[in-house]
Design a protein around this ligand. Structure first.
Ligand code: NAD
Ligand code: DAU
Length: 368
């Protein structure tokens, strides 16, 4: 019963990946001879089992509550469950948190990745030659490892030198180098993807897009760091998930692939776009959380706040290489993706409430 192990599958991108891989219109499992997906997640503040509650009872899905630091448990799991591929999403992922406290980022993103690589190496070495040839370790990384671009610079690509600027990106860069080293030194069959900013359903509301949607609906301030002109390259989360599947199946060993949406936008443009969509889909006149007459449109809630320390100015991805080599390209435009996203948050108020009722959210949301 060969299986694929996903780490961090209760988070934003991992849960979207698992749902898509198990969906009717996706032949990923069948094409690769996997009978099931095992999701190993430590359920940190960002890991939410509700993200995959719709898969309960699906025999092709199994959840394991564990930490990637637990190498012995993972070694046993890989062997017992005949794991033939790993898709490694688990990480501390929020830049602001890494600025407040870098240590968990080093533990999970660096030491955790090292332990996972060690366990995967042991499993890979235990296989016969034929099985070794199909075994894969896919490492999910970020474009932030490349640092910051000026407006005139060409977009990041696979050969851009690493220049991480935050504790988060430094920890991801370290993990990328470990993965690279395991290929170079031990011949491990690894593939790395470096993706731009994702958005879509199930994103934890500490990140810009869900934070703005939920704060606006609650009639709270929409915090814009600095002058709001920092640029990110946005990709709908399912497009990232498709890219990971393509890289797993068609990616060359030891290779890295940049994934992005060719959708560069200033933060202020994004926030205004969300506000315009909310004006249309959840008019203020019908929103009981906004004091009547206080504001005319959601945009009026925008508030410029102190900038993020070391805030990278611009990210942009040139994704020609994965398009050419793996046949991947984004299916959503920003217009279609952001509409789906806003509609999802409006249709899933209980999911949002369950998160915003928690202690973490009380401390963070709306306090800016
Ligand atoms: P997320 O914070 O939403 O989810 C992370 C998940 O990992 C959570 O379920 C959490 O419980 C789990 N986790 C954390 N530490 C763990 C540990 N020690 N052991 C086991 N599980 C642990 O993150 P995300 O936004 O879904 O990002 C997933 C991956 O994609 C990360 O590696 C991130 O660096 C990368 N990435 C994210 C983006 C983005 O825009 N969000 C873009 C490019 C790359
Ligand atoms: O580029 C990929 C990266 O994108 C991933 O590796 C990270 O895991 C992911 O969190 C994301 O990092 P960012 O720092 O770009 O995402 P965030 O949503 O935190 O911020 C997006 C931009 O919006 C950034 O320029 C900071 C700004 N911002 C963010 C928040 C939370 C604000 O102006 N106000 C806010 O309240």
């Amino acid at each position: 019963m060969p299986s694929i192990l996903v780490t961090g599958g209760c988070g934003f991108i991992g849960s979207n990946f698992i749902r898509l891989a198990l969906s009717e219109d996706c032949s990923f499992l069948k094409d690769n001879g996997f009978d099931k997906i095992i999701n190993l997640d430590a359920l940190t503040y960002a890991g939410n089992p509700a993200n995959l509650s719709d898969l309960e009872g699906d025999s092709r899905y199994q959840f394991v509550h564990a930490n990637i630091l637990d190498q012995a448990l993972i070694e046993e799991l890989l062997q017992d469950e005949d794991v033939m591929a790993l898709a490694h999403f688990a990480a501390e992922s929020h830049v602001d948190r890494s600025i407040d406290g870098p240590e968990p980022f080093i533990e999970t993103n660096v030491t955790g990745t090292l332990r996972l690589l060690e366990a995967a190496k042991k499993r890979w070495l235990s296989l016969n030659e034929e099985k070794q040839a199909v075994f894969r370790f896919l490492h999910v990384s970020t474009d932030e490892v490349y640092g910051s671009l000026s407006k005139e610079d060409p977009a990041f690509c696979e050969t851009t030198p690493y220049a991480p600027n935050s504790p988060y990106s430094a920890s991801k860069a370290s993990s990328d180098f470990l993965v690279r080293a395991y290929h170079h030194t031990y011949g491990m069959p690894v593939v790395t993807t470096n993706c731009s900013n994702n958005y879509g359903p199930y994103q934890f509301p500490e990140k810009l897009i869900p934070l703005v949607i939920l704060n606006a609906l609650d009639g709270k301030a929409l915090p814009i760091y600095g002058d709001g002109k920092n640029i990110r390259d946005w990709l709908f989360v399912e497009d990232h998930a498709w890219g990971i599947m393509d890289a797993l199946q068609k990616g060359a060993l030891g290779e890295t692939y940049c994934i992005g949406g060719r959708s560069e936008m200033e933060n202020i443009q994004i926030v205004k776009r969300i506000c315009a969509l909310l004006d249309e889909l959840a008019p203020i006149s019908e929103n009981p959380n906004v004091e009547s007459g206080k504001i005319a449109k959601y945009e009026d809630l925008i508030k410029y706040v102190k900038d993020r320390p070391g805030h990278d100015r611009r990210y942009a991805i040139n994704c020609d290489y994965i398009e050419e080599k793996c046949g991947w390209s984004p299916r959503e435009t920003f217009d279609t993706g952001i509409k789906k996203t806003v509609e999802w948050y409006l249709a899933n108020k209980q999911w949002c409430k369950d998160i915003t009722d928690g202690n973490y959210a009380r401390e963070r949301l709306g306090n800016s």
